[in-house]
Design a protein around this ligand. Structure first.
Ligand code: HEM
Length: 152
C-alpha cells in the first residue's frame, strides 16, 4: 500500500482542487450556526434570510467539494485503498446530508428554524469538524496529495 502513488489526480499544477474547495462549505456551515444563534438572540427576521443563503451555500459548495473529493478517491489507487479515505468520505456524506436537510428546512418555511434549524446547524458543525479533521489526517498523517520539493 505504502508504495502506491498518493499524489493528487484532480489538481491544478499538482495542487488538489478538493483542498482548495473545502474551506467554503466549512466556513458556511459554521457561519449558519452563528446566524441561527443571532436569530435566537435578537428575533430579527433579517437573520432568517441570511441563514437561508448561508445554509444553501454550505450545501451547494459541500456538493462541489465532495465531487472533487470523490473523483480523487476513485482516480488514485493509493488513496482508494486507505481506510482513512473512506472514513473521511463517510463522515463528509453524513455532514452533507445534515447540511442538505438544514437548507431544505429553510426553503420550505421559517417557523421550524427555532429549534429544529438551530439543532441541525449545531449537528452539521460537529459533523464538519469531524469530517474536516479526518480530511486533515489524510494530508498531514498519510501525506495524500503532497508535493515534496527538493528545492531550498
Ligand atoms: C465523498 C466526499 C469526499 C471525499 C471522497 C473526500 C476525499 C478527500 C481526499 C482524497 C483528501 C486528501 C486531499 C486530496 O487529495 O484532495 C481530502 C482532504 C480533505 N477533505 Fe475531503 N473528501 C470529501 C468531502 C469533503 C467535505 C464535504 C469536506 C468539508 C466540507 C472535506 C474536507 C476535507 C479537508 C479539510 C481536507 C484536508 C485538506 C487540506 O488540509 O488541505 N472533504 N478529502
Amino acid at each position: 500500500m505504502a508504495e502506491q502513488d498518493i499524489s493528487s489526480a484532480i489538481a491544478v499544477a499538482g495542487h488538489p482542487i478538493h483542498a482548495m474547495l473545502v474551506h467554503f462549505p466549512i466556513a458556511f456551515v459554521v457561519a449558519t450556526l452563528g446566524v441561527d444563534i443571532l436569530y435566537w438572540w435578537t428575533a430579527d427576521p433579517f437573520w432568517v434570510q441570511v441563514g437561508l443563503w448561508s445554509a444553501g451555500a454550505a450545501f451547494i459548495l459541500g456538493v462541489l467539494a465532495s465531487l472533487a473529493g470523490t473523483a480523487e478517491l476513485l482516480a488514485v489507487p493509493g488513496i482508494r485503498v486507505r481506510v482513512a479515505s473512506w472514513n473521511h468520505a463517510i463522515a463528509a456524506m453524513v455532514m452533507l446530508a445534515i447540511t442538505g436537510a438544514n437548507a431544505g428546512l429553510r426553503i420550505y418555511g421559517t417557523e421550524d428554524i427555532l429549534p429544529n434549524g438551530l439543532m441541525l446547524s449545531a449537528l452539521s458543525t460537529m459533523a464538519v469538524a469531524f469530517a474536516g479533521w479526518h480530511g486533515g489526517k489524510l494530508v498531514f498523517d498519510h501525506g495524500v496529495g503532497l508535493i515534496i520539493s527538493s528545492r531550498q
